[in-house]
Design a protein around this ligand. Sequence first.
Ligand code: MTE
Length: 341
Amino acid sequence: MRRREFVALLSSGLWLLATRLWAEHHTLSADPLMVECDLASLTGRYTPNEDFFIRNHADPPPAGQPQMIQVAGLAERTLSLAQDDLRQFRLRSLGAVLECAGNAMDSGAVSNGRWEGFSLAEIISLARPQPGAAFVNFYGRDGYGRSVPLERAMQVGLLATRLNSQPLGRLHGYPWRVLMPGWYGMDSVKWLERVEFASTPLANPEGAYQQIVRQPCDDVARGPLAHLQVKSIITRPKQNAVLGRGRVEVRGLAWSGAGQILKVQASRDDGRTWHSTQLEPGPRSEWTRWQWVIRCDEPGVVGLTCRATDESGNTQPERADPARLDGYANNWYHRVRCVVV
Ligand code: MTE
């Protein structure tokens, strides 16, 4: 579904090349709403708000009601915060990738945005959690809830109110949401209405967003998902693209929850030989754009592959781990096949 229009530029009587002005959107599900956009259409460092992926589990809550955040549970003080009360906290801004844990290698459930909001650490400190509080449970007005270790919420959590210099859109949590930079998107609870300190995490009877690893003797081990796994993808050329002979710009993105991307290597022979790519690094919680220029002078199939390494030394695995049964945190080598004619 196309959402914006191309504008052709008329200059000196000639139609010049039109700039891409919108992304191709894919609605994966209408109910609950899940929308992705084609990452190949990205032109800047940040994903425009109207192209930002959407992952809802239920209908978004009705707009227009007065909003409050209740802070309670194992804490010395209970708080009831309205928009004006947030002014007491320091305004913060940071760039960060948001990736859905279920984002497949060829999907677009990942976006990069410039977020503004308030440090969760300041809000939590005002409530003064009791010593037994190990988790903080976030509840959205749509009934969705997630538990996050208290320490992590204190270290990185943001109560985000703006995205790319605009108030958060209705589908992205207006008027506020949690943002957990460096962690998969399910913990970044939208339409936040309640924050509760607890000694144990929320029950998760359906086992959603868990890592499930096959053990010897047909047993399985379940556990929480780790931080965003190091990942790079090729955004151009697209899968199955037909290319003319000559110069080809291979472009892509890379990110990790364990620090800056140190290198992205790419291959044009299905991973037999690897080459360095040119990185355009950004702040550590954002994605890094990368580029590799090659010549394809012979007709035939070209098997492009990429892999990234982060500053903690993590590198993408070559293939999916056959012991992983959950389908989350997909980050193996990204492969794109195209044909030169
Ligand atoms: N928060 C609420 N209240 N309801 C939801 O359905 N989905 C979660 C998270 N927060 C969700 C939520 C998931 S799984 C993801 S990946 C991100 O929101 C997606 O955020 P976005 O739709 O703004 O991109």
